[in-house]
Design a protein around this ligand. Sequence first.
Ligand code: PXP
Length: 251
Amino acid sequence: MIKLGVNIDHVATLRNARGEGYPDVVRAAHIAKQAGADNITVHLREDRRHIRDDDVWRLKEEVNIPINLEIALEEQMVDIALQLRPHSVCFVPEKRQEITTEGGLNTAIKTDYLKKTTADLKNRGIKVSYFIEPDIHIVKQCYALGGDCIEIHTGLYAQYCNQHKELEKNKILSAIHEAVKTAKDCHLDIHAGHGLNYANVADIAAIQDITCLNIGHFLISEALFIGLSEAITRMKKSMQTAHTINNHISV
Ligand code: PXP
């Protein structure tokens, strides 16, 4: 069974638009859990534009579900992660001006710090993941860094799907397959996410060695029309169907 991590950053975006206490991220996490979410993902950005420090603490204390904390590779953020001790930490690149996480982590810079931080987090019982472009060289670098997991950035794939650019989409899908194969050979756990929706999730969910998809913006948007619970239920169904059909074909 492929897992679904529900990213609830944009519940906080909506809350912060008015500065009131609603919609509440903890309430969203409870509903997501009941609807079948396997984990809750939150990105604690350095500018705190959506999720804030007290959100991550409340989620940890009030919702019994694994938390995947996305952070930039910065000392202040790492210290928070070491104190919070979420189920997992995913290192993501962060630029102040970007609308969302653009591109994957550059694993070739700050390598010693990334290696040390990975070890520190793992020593605290936290699983470590890196959000990367689908590139076999980067996958090998992740293996060398000592982490447990890679999360493949599907943003470009999703963009090509939305623009109906079949050639480009197939090219990036092959790169994703290659990256997955390399990660499997390195015994890394493999996740994927960014830009996924009902229309484009099947090709990614069908990749057998991907164990979890992290999806946010589409689910929170869809929740406006059909409710969060129903949006998650439908997504899980689409994912499981694609995963299972492909599993039967490849057996
Ligand atoms: N995975 C990572 C590492 C992300 O940074 C994001 C976006 O915050 C997602 C998954 C989810 O992307 P989306 O909101 O486009 O579904």
